[in-house]
Design a protein around this ligand. Sequence first.
Ligand code: FAD
Length: 492
Amino acid sequence: MPQTRKAIVIGAGIAGIAASIRLAVQGYQVVVYDKNDYAGGKIARFQNQGFQFDEGPSLFTQPGNVEELFKLAGEPIEDYFSYQPLPIACKYFYENGKVVNAFTNLDAFANELHQKLGEDPLKVYDYLNQSKKIYDKIGSVFLNYSLHTRQILKAPLLAAVAAAKPKLLFKTLNALNEEHFTKPETIQLFNRFATYNGSNPYKAPGMLSLIPHLEQNEGTYYPKGGMISIANALHQLALKKGVKFKLSTPVNQIIHEHGTVNGVVVNNTKHLAHVVISNMDVYFTYKKLLQNEGKSKSILKQERSSSAIIFYWGINRVFNELELHNIFFSNNYKAEFDHLFNSKTLYHDPTVYINITSKMEASHAPEGKENWFVMVNAPANVGQDWKAFRETCRASIINKLSRLLKVDIAALIETEQVMDPVIIEEKTMSYMGSLYGTSSNSKMAAFLRHPNYASAIKGLYFVGGSVHPGGGIPLCLLSAKLVGQMVKQNHN
Ligand code: FAD
């Protein structure tokens, strides 16, 4: 074993990069391996005939998690990264012709829901106030502490238990929203937040009503340069702190002896380390790198999150009626989720999300044109015919958008590229192409997600969307923080 404390990170996803920074700051020599030829994992970027596309995530919340890493590393964030708050979190379009701007200013949002939908504004204030309370009292415990170590005893548990009203656990998010709001469009709008972590609002517990707090109270942001700049900035920060990146270099095995990790095998060569952190999906880590079939199967007891089909369209026109984030709702949300999670198929009238970064940065599309990232939720991959799904999905999207935007969208598509669950799995090793690891469709989901460490192998840790506290950039960054704390406590 080397003299200097050495850490190996498997995967340069956002959580792997964040973990590498945290360990480098603690004095570790850190090497990050990634099978891809770039750092960032699901956060990636490509160009198609003058149109720039963010490939994966498009919504940026809780920038404080990124700022914290720069503070910790003692580097000025402004040299690497900047972002701006958005006045409108999302623009919602309904089949009945109603259109709602979700202003991040609470008064403006409550007024908009009142004017456009006839919703009682007091109910909007009350809901978002409750959302904040649940987030502050319960969410913060769940997100900032390991649920599986003694660290949890330091959390403000009494306040969390007091705030955990039975309806948050025993009612579904949809039931809670139906009980609270009067208008079907408002219920649908607030049901949508279950998809933040790939879940089903008709199954997931009311606890997920804490999520709108992030978007509507704390706000949403646009990172200058697009989402890729989050990964690029943290990659640069890691390099600055001395982290070595070995790209296009898959790890083949994790080696351990007598219950302690020793390192990894790459290209038939052993690389020794005191600490190994896997940012690979925890299912594949057990199955492929530890050859532990039993443990990998036990992870599958939890339902996987949904996946997505994404069309990256270069659009030959500018739509002034669209914002950076836009959602065109399905007319039957319940049927859509039944298809996604029960029959594992696509509904003929899907909810369509469009992200257009050329609204923020004109250089992302040729003049007079727009870069459309068009996404629908899709079931996790269980061997469906994705070629056929892509074709029917494309037709459904074009039909819906042409109807609601009153123009033939097909005729405006100048360039096209497509992503589906199989491609997502191949690119980033996310089992079944799930975007967010496991879903939150059961009330115990938060507790059953895999911990950030291996109980049987000392020195082996896990970060990223497939483990505690879950998927999405903010939670992935928090998983790295938890692992940083564990390493400090267990090894220094
Ligand atoms: P990943 O990004 O999954 O990366 C894992 C890395 O490990 C990959 O680079 C892979 O190549 C590498 N790897 C795997 N196996 C090996 C091996 N054996 N050896 C070496 N390297 C290996 N989140 C948001 O916050 N906002 C959004 O709007 C949002 N939208 C999304 C839309 C899409 C289409 C997708 C796909 C995801 C979206 N997410 C969103 C989720 C978010 O992107 C993920 O939760 C997050 O990026 C996952 O990061 P991660 O650190 O878990 O690793």
